[in-house]
Design a binder for this molecule. Sequence first.
Ligand code: NAD
Length: 420
Amino acid sequence: MTIFEGALQQLKMVARLVKLPNGLLEILNKPERVLQLNFPLQKDNGSIEIVRGYRVQYNNSLGPFKGGLRFHPQVDLDEVSALAFWMMIKNAIVDVPFGGSKGGIEIDPKHLSENELENLTRVFTRLLAPNIGPTQDVPAPDINTNAKIMDWIEDEYSQVVGVESKAVVTGKSIGNGGSLGREKATGLGGFFVLERLVEKLKLKKPISVAIQGFGNVGFNMAKILYDNGYQVVALSDIKGGICNSNGETFNVDLVKQCREEKGFLAGCYCVGSVCDLARKYDGVINNEELLELDVDVLIPAALEQVITEKNAKKISAKIVFEMANGPTTYEADKILSKRGIMVVPDVLCNSGGVTVSYFEWYQNMHVEKWNFEKVNNKLKQKMEKAFDEVWRMHKEKSVSLKTAAYILALQRLAEKAKFQ
Ligand code: NAD
C-alpha cells in the first residue's frame, strides 16, 4: 500500500463511523488540483538539469490551501498527495481557516550551491505564481527548506505580481515578516499536547523519551522536553543515533553542540554505558533500533513510514507520539492498537507549526507584529483545545485517538464542504 493509499484507507475507515453528506467522501478521495512541473535548473558550471516539482492542492473548503514545501530526492506525487491530504485534516483539527496542500521538489539540496538553491527556488516560484497567493495557496517550510528559502519565494512572488505580498508564504525570517515563535512552534505545540496527555493518563514524571530526527522538529522537541524534566534517553539523525537507557537523560544542549562540531549525532555523546544497544554498537544505535527501545514515549520526528508491519510487533514504547507526518503506516497502526500501544496522531501532535503559520499569515494580512508571549499563549490555547476535543471524541466514541481526530476533522469539513 502506498502512503497516499494508506491515508485514503484511514479516511474510508473513519467515514463509516460518521454521517457524511452525500458525495463528500468522493470529493475527499482525490485532490482538487495537482501541478507537476518539469523545469530547468542552471548549475554553476553552466550545465542544465531538468528537475521535477509538485504542488498538490487538496481541498480548500475551510480556507486558502496551506501546506509546506519539501526539497528531498524521494519526493514524489504519491507522497505529496498524502501530505496535502494530512494538511487538510490537520488544519480542520486545530481549527485554523485553511485548506490543505503540499509541495515538493525531487532534489537533494545538499548537492547544490547557495546560488543554485536560490535559482531553483525562484524558478519554481515563478511557475507556481498563478496558483499560489495569500488568499489562494500559502506554502511554508518542511524538510530541507527554511526561512531563507521562504524569503526568496516571497520576493520572487512579489516581483511577479508587482505587489509586496508577505502573506504568500509563512516561516519567513523575522525581519521579512516572519512570526516570532514560528521556528520552535511545531516542537512547542507537540509539548503542549504531550503535557495534556500526561495529565489525562496521570503519568508520573520522570518520563523517558526516544526521538528519531534531530532537525527543526526533533531538536526543538528534545530541547523543550529536556528543559521540562523529561528523560531524553535516545536521539538520532539520518546517520544513526545515541542511546542511554540507564535512566539518565542526555543533556540536549551538549548533544547539539557536539553535533554542530562533528556534523552528525552517532557516537557523538553518550552518558553512561548501561544501554545494551549502546554497548553493542559502541555508543551508537541505528534508527531501527531506536524505534524499538523500551521507553515511555517514542517520538518519530523525521520521515514518514518508519513504523510498518515489519517492526510494529517490536515496538516497546507505551506511547507513540507522531511528530513527523505519517510515521506509522495504516497496517502498523492496527498492530500497535491491538498491542495496547497508544498512538497520538501526527495531525494533532505536529499541528503547532501550521498554527503559528496561521498567526504569521494573520499578522501579515493585518500588518501586526505580535510578541513571543502572545504567540506562545495563543499556541497553547489552540493546542490544548484541539487535544481536549480529540480526547473527548476518543472517550465518547471509544475509538483510538487517531480515529477521534479524523472524526473531528470530517465533521468540520462536512459543515463547510463545497459541492459545486
Ligand atoms: P528537518 O529537515 O529539519 O529535519 C529532519 C531530520 O530527520 C534531520 O535530523 C535528519 O537527519 C533526519 N532524517 C532524515 N532522514 C532520516 C532517516 N532516514 N532516518 C532518520 N532520520 C532521518 O525536517 P523537520 O522540519 O524537522 O521535519 C521532520 C518531520 O516533521 C517531517 O515529517 C515533517 O513533514 C514534519 N513536520 C515538520 C513541521 C515543521 O514545522 N518543520 C511541521 C509539521 C510536521
